[in-house]
Design a protein around this ligand. Structure first.
Ligand code: ADP
Length: 157
């Protein structure tokens, strides 16, 4: 049976922290779906189409990766795509507490899905989409925090 993982997130915008977790998680699975969760209550800085196309560009030469958006529960998205694993990154004890609750809830909702955690690279543990958004909105240069492939695209927003 193929090992399929979903790496869910908002990726608003994708950062070098996300890329590190994806690259480190990839050898564990046969296929990884980067799932961009769409929550109608949430306001995003970047439109969904841009977030999808940036991730597709970054991983255009990685056949194991697919980029898709979804609404609703992550476990339902996983089941639709026969993914038995959810990949998440942990930067801090705050992340851990939050992720523990989400993962344990997901286990109740779907006994077949296991969440796999990868600890952030210490040099990237302070990188977050929300701080990058703040930098962008205040006219700063986000390029140290985002993948090279999309630097120009994000700055041109
Ligand atoms: P969400 O809105 O679900 O938190 P994000 O796009 O912010 O989505 O993050 C998706 C995943 O990437 C989460 O598991 C998050 O903890 C992880 N992540 C984000 N930034 C980093 C980082 N710098 N290092 C490691 N993991 C990270």
């Amino acid at each position: 049976m193929k090992k399929i993982a979903v790496f869910p997130g908002s990726f608003d915008p994708v950062t070098i922290g996300h890329i590190d977790i994806i690259n480190r998680g990839l050898p564990l699975f046969d296929k990884m779906i980067i799932g961009i969760g769409v929550n109608s209550q949430k306001k995003y800085l970047f439109p969904l189409e841009k977030r999808i196309s940036w991730l597709q560009k970054i991983f255009e030469f990685e056949p194991k990766i697919e980029v898709q958006s979804y609404t609703g529960l992550t476990v339902n998205f996983c089941e639709t795509h026969l993914a038995r694993y959810i990949l998440r990154g942990i930067r801090s004890s705050g992340d851990f507490e939050f992720e523990r609750a989400v993962s344990q809830t997901n286990r109740v909702l779907s006994r077949n899905i296991e969440t796999i955690f990868i600890l952030a690279n210490p040099s990237l543990a302070s990188v977050s989409s929300s701080i990058v958004r703040d930098v962008i909105m205040n006219g700063g240069d986000p390029s140290p925090f985002i993948p090279e492939e999309i630097e120009n695209l994000v700055q041109r927003k």
